[in-house]
Design a protein around this ligand. Structure first.
Ligand code: MEV
Length: 299
């Protein structure tokens, strides 16, 4: 039986969420599929990456796998194979989707069907190996999907969208480390706490208004809020010339708004579009500038 961990986009509120602020996030259809292929020596094979690790090895992936195994009561020693349909290190929650899929595979081997909340909790142990002090938004969305407001330590708040959200996701092709980007913001916070707090407050206000815009089906307002969030992320030095250029291309092609998604410093941007035809136009405009892009829907 295949089990799944979902990729995600952060619609608004990345980085602020690390400081206990709310973020608006959405699961996407792409993700990671895992299956137990039989008894084994606690092995994990990530087929597209040609990686085959064991839980008792010392590299990062093996340690993350061991952390997930440690969370599984009565874990059975198995071999798990994984297919990945997400770019890694690109802000789409690839590592969390991987963690969630592995947690679900371990649970199925032990004859258990944990709740999404419990899957997310176990997958946080996996995420900590890669990201140090993650907010928990990625593993929570990878387990639950949907559109939701996430706040550290609080139950996930599903958001009822009046209309499905159409997004174009474009990959800058630059890879960035979430850990390094989060540390960069932490340094700014230490250097100038009042200014950084003001920026985080402003992002919080945008997230709150964006939730209302989604509930009202107001694509124009949501797009404007995303643009404003992008400016604030830029002021925290999280954007790059490539991401700025991609956001501008998307807006020129008709997107209602565009911003980086995830840690920034590279990785992906998202553009909000009102309809399918605009989505295709934006995707094609990004493709003409040499960027990989695809259309996604969040509901
Ligand atoms: C990464 O997808 C989102 C960040 O806010 C980090 C985190 O929430 O742990 C940058």
């Amino acid at each position: 039986m295949d089990v799944f961990g979902r990729g995600k986009v952060i619609l608004l509120g990345e980085h602020a969420v690390v400081y206990g602020r709310p973020a608006l996030a959405a699961g996407i259809e792409r993700g990671v599929r895992a299956r137990v292929t039989g008894p084994g020596e606690m092995q994990l094979a990530i087929r597209p990456w040609g990686r085959d690790v064991r839980a008792d090895e010392s590299d990062e992936l093996s340690r993350a796998f061991a952390a997930a195994v440690a969370e599984q009561p009565n874990a059975r020693s198995v071999r798990i194979e994984v297919d990945v349909d997400l770019p890694a290190g690109a802000g789409l929650g690839c590592s969390a989707a991987l963690g969630v899929a592995v947690v679900r595979a371990l649970a199925s081997a032990a004859g258990e069907a944990p709740s999404d909340d419990e899957v997310a909790r176990r997958a946080l142990a996996w995420e900590r190996v890669f990201h140090g002090n993650p907010s928990g938004v990625d593993n929570t969305m990878a387990a639950h999907g949907g559109i939701a407001v996430y706040r550290r330590g609080e139950p996930l708040e599903p958001v009822r969208a009046k209309k499905p959200l159409r997004l174009v996701i474009g990959d800058s092709g630059e890879s960035a480390s979430t850990r390094v980007m989060v540390e960069g913001v932490a340094r700014q916070y230490e250097r100038d706490k009042p200014r950084t707090e003001k920026t985080l407050d402003a992002i919080t206000a945008l997230v709150q208004n964006a939730r209302l815009a989604i509930e009202d089906g107001d694509v124009r307002a949501l797009g404007q809020l995303m643009d404003m969030n992008q400016m604030l992320l830029g002021s925290l030095m999280l954007s790059t010339p490539a991401l700025e250029e991609m956001c501008a291309t998307a807006r020129e092609a008709g997107a209602a708004g565009a911003k980086l998604t995830g840690s920034g410093g590279g990785g992906c941007m998202i553009a909000l579009v009102a309809d399918e035809a605009t989505g295709e136009r934006v995707r094609d405009a990004l493709a003409r500038t040499g960027r990989r892009a695809f259309v996604a829907e969040a509901r």
